[in-house]
Design a protein around this ligand. Structure first.
Ligand code: ADP
Ligand code: MG
Length: 240
């Protein structure tokens, strides 16, 4: 059963006359983790931002559970997005960063406390509620950003290169943690990356993008065995 349906979505940036996303279509199943993989400038972020409501499609349709969300503002969508630069509120403590969105939704204080504490446990930051964000390490800050999205209990999780600023070792650890959390919550996820190793190790399915279009869509093992794009084939060549 597909939860998220992206149908013939296009984004033209008038400034510069760039077709960032070109009649792109994808169905994502309930609980599936799909990696959008491609080189810089291939339209991954623009596509994700359109699903999250941060960019307006020029054409096409996006539905979640059959409901047309193409032109809804972000806060009206059942999506949660983690940006490459996490944009946490550094002058607030961890608890307040997570509680903010829940307060806007007028959720009672005792429920906010319960939900924030549960999500902090989930991301391995139990007991960190009173810590200030700027006292945390880069990896811990990314965990807070993930928790801030998860606490809203989104139906679709959108992650845009969330580990790009972290070192290799931490990236690999967080990749496993995120995959583990995603599977425990069975949360439908779109994960944007230009890292072939990240996509091959995390995804249920990989969409390889170039110039705003799909070059190949397959399970990671099939993409690994039969890469049909220079971007992936070249990478695998360097591994073997
Ligand atoms: P990726 O995330 O795969 O690196 P992007 O979606 O950021 O790619 O960009 C796709 C293309 O759209 C690029 O050519 C980029 O320069 C262009 N683009 C992205 N955002 C804007 C914008 N706000 N205005 C004009 N062009 C943009
Ligand atoms: Mg990007």
């Amino acid at each position: 059963m597909s939860v998220l349906k992206i149908s013939d979505v296009t984004k033209v940036f008038a400034a510069g006359n760039v077709v960032a996303v070109d009649t792109f279509s994808l169905d994502v199943a309930d609980g599936e983790l799909v990696c959008l993989l491609g080189p810089s400038g291939s339209g991954k972020s623009t596509l994700l931002r359109m699903v999250g409501g941060f960019e307006r499609p020029t054409g096409g349709l996006i539905t979640i559970d059959g409901e047309d969300i193409t032109h809804l503002p972000p806060e009206k969508r059942p999506t949660g997005m983690v940006f490459q630069s996490h944009a946490l509120w550094t002058h607030m403590n961890v608890f307040k960063n997570l509680a903010f969105g829940l307060k806007l939704r007028r959720i009672p204080a005792d429920e906010i406390k319960r939900r924030v504490e549960a999500v902090l446990e989930l991301v391995g930051l139990g007991g960190y509620g009173t810590r200030h964000v700027n006292q945390l390490s880069g990896g811990q800050q990314q965990r807070v950003a993930l928790a801030r999205s998860l606490v809203l209990e989104p139906k679709i999780l959108l992650l845009d290169e969330p580990f790009a600023s972290l070192d290799q070792h931490l990236r690999e650890r967080l990749r496993e943690e995120v995959r583990d959390i995603q599977q425990r919550l069975k949360i439908t996820t779109l994960f944007v990356t230009h890292g072939q190793d990240e996509a091959l190790s995390m995804a249920d399915r990989i969409v390889v993008m170039r110039d705003g279009k799909t070059e190949q869509v397959d399970r990671p093992d099939i993409i690994y065995r039969e890469p049909q794009t220079p971007f992936v084939a070249g990478f695998i060549g360097t591994m073997n």
